[in-house]
Design a protein around this ligand. Structure first.
Ligand code: GDP
Length: 475
């Protein structure tokens, strides 16, 4: 038997405190049960209620998922476009849209919404979903079958679509007919009508529609916490509110064996032997090609000021204080290799003031975002995962790539403030309040009073983000 891919140790808690279901074929997805071998068990204990709801979701998925009797029946109804009887299975279709970090966050958001509304989540496979993620639910696939009747329309769905919920409300605000499907446009360009999705009254209507098709590029979970009818259930699922993405992410997103190979090889070659692992995720949204001096200055200022990395001594050639000298492995990720080269050279050319040894590594430098290339997103996913395996993490403002890493890793990162006018901000970074991602385009509306409201000031656990003043995050 070829066991070369199996580490010798037996995972202690490979089911992550019951978060994961047992009974999967382990070889077809090694990451599912091996993630604990890489030093990362869960940062918190999942509630027994969350665990029981996940198991009952899995039963629902098995009963209603692709090619089951119920699925076939409701697809027929969708094709015929007829007004329909209530069905025993209702669905939420997630459209693959935007960068990989965004997609991971929106899939988690869609799954939680499906869980709260007893819908079955089906995933548009886009060009690469099946290459990136293992099946998260036992026995029945989460992938939308390729012959689903309206897949060809997904790419044309947008803010202007007649079929969108927002536009339907504009035309016919008292709509009461049950439609075969509804398009939910929750992309950052959505308007006030689309945002009524986050109101209880509208949820009452949406409830009756058997097929929901959702397109979004936002982590909208913070606003679900502001919908009164979901409040109690969310409290039961997540007694510790700032753990939502951590648990859902570790439950849903298991790298395929191709991605896991990249993670495992890199980790063992460059990271596992260090006394401490520091992740630095650099995402520059400025136009123009980097590297930029002000970004490099900011990285060094932050890691030094926050005691994440030691300073160098440019006067001495050798510093060796008594005792064992620690090694730190710095994992940098960026589309550009310039920052990594400068930091690596700095720690090679000079000794550190503490005598520590600093190794600096960057897996890839892809140059620019190439969403359609197979290996590109395989590497992006491997790098997010590798960052999640570090002990301390520095991330860039506004980047969903960093949010995924911090959430999976259970890490409260140091966030580099967004540079303005090509200068390094002072202070360069701050510690995040929680490991949760930020919802970049939240609604600011009081559904009851029908007026604008600061949704970041309503409850203590939904606040404005550190890196985006109008965003919302769970703390
Ligand atoms: P965001 O734009 O930072 O919020 O993150 P997304 O993941 O949604 O989109 C950025 C895309 O650019 C990623 O999916 C990758 O394809 C690519 N990308 C950005 N930064 C990196 C990086 O450090 N490494 C790799 N491999 N790809 C990156």
């Amino acid at each position: 038997e070829d066991d070369s891919s199996q580490p010798a140790e037996v995972p202690k808690d490979k089911l992550l405190n019951g978060l994961l279901a047992s009974g999967f074929d382990e070889r077809s997805c090694l990451s599912r049960y091996q993630s604990v071998l890489y030093g990362k068990s869960l940062a918190h204990k999942p509630s027994s209620y969350l665990i029981s709801r996940l198991r009952s979701y899995e039963d629902l998925h098995k009963r209603c998922g692709p090619f089951t009797e119920s699925y076939n029946k409701t697809v027929e109804q969708l094709k015929s476009g007829q007004q329909t009887d209530p069905t025993d299975c209702n669905y939420l279709v997630w459209i693959s849209f935007s960068g990989l970090g965004n997609r991971i966050l929106t899939l988690a958001s869609a799954f939680l919404y499906a869980l709260l509304t007893n819908r079955v989540l089906l995933v548009d496979r886009g060009v690469d979903i099946a290459d990136l993620f293992c099946e998260p639910f036992p026995e029945v696939s989460w992938l939308l079958p390729t012959d689903f009747p309206i897949t060809a329309q997904f790419s044309s769905f947008n803010q202007k679509s007649d079929l969108s919920y927002g536009n339907m409300l504009k035309k016919n605000p008292t709509q009461t007919d049950v439609l075969p499907f509804l398009y939910l446009h929750l992309v950052h360009d959505y308007d006030d009508q689309d945002k009524l999705f986050f109101c209880d009254q509208e949820q009452d209507f949406i409830k009756k529609v058997p097929w929901l098709i959702m397109k979004t590029d936002n982590y909208f979970i913070p606003s679900l916490f502001l919908i009164p009818s979901f409040e109690q259930e969310l409290r039961n699922l997540f007694p510790e509110k700032a753990t939502v993405f951590h648990f859902l992410g570790r439950y849903l997103f298991h790298p395929t064996n191709q991605v896991w190979g990249l993670v495992a090889r890199y980790y063992r070659a460059y990271l596992s032997k260090a006394d401490e692992k520091i992740g630095i995720q650099i995402r520059v949204f400025d136009t123009g090609v980097g590297p930029f001096q002000h970004v490099l200055d900011q990285i060094i200022a932050c890691t030094l000021k926050e005691n994440l990395l030691p300073g160098i001594n440019p006067e001495e050639h050798i510093i060796s204080p008594p005792g064992k000298q620690n090694t730190k492995a710095v994992l940098m990720t960026s589309l550009n290799s310039g920052y990594f080269e400068k930091v690596r050279d700095m720690y090679w050319e000079h000794p550190t003031v503490t005598g520590e040894f600093i190794g600096v590594y960057q897996p890839s430098h892809e140059g620019y975002q190439q969403t359609e290339k197979q290996m590109h997103n395989v590497k992006a996913w491997a790098e997010m995962y590798l960052l999640s395996l570090t002990d301390k993490l520095v991330t860039s403002s506004w980047s969903t790539f960093g949010y995924v890493a911090q959430g999976l890793g259970g890490l409260k990162p140091w966030i580099l403030y967004k540079p303005e006018n090509q200068t390094a901000p002072n202070p360069p970074c701050r510690r995040a309040m929680s490991m949760e991602p930020c919802f970049h385009a939240p609604p600011f509306y009081d559904c009851k009073k029908k007026i604008g409201v600061d949704t970041g000031a309503l409850v203590p656990h939904v606040r404005h983000c550190e890196d985006m003043s109008w965003g919302l995050k769970l703390v």
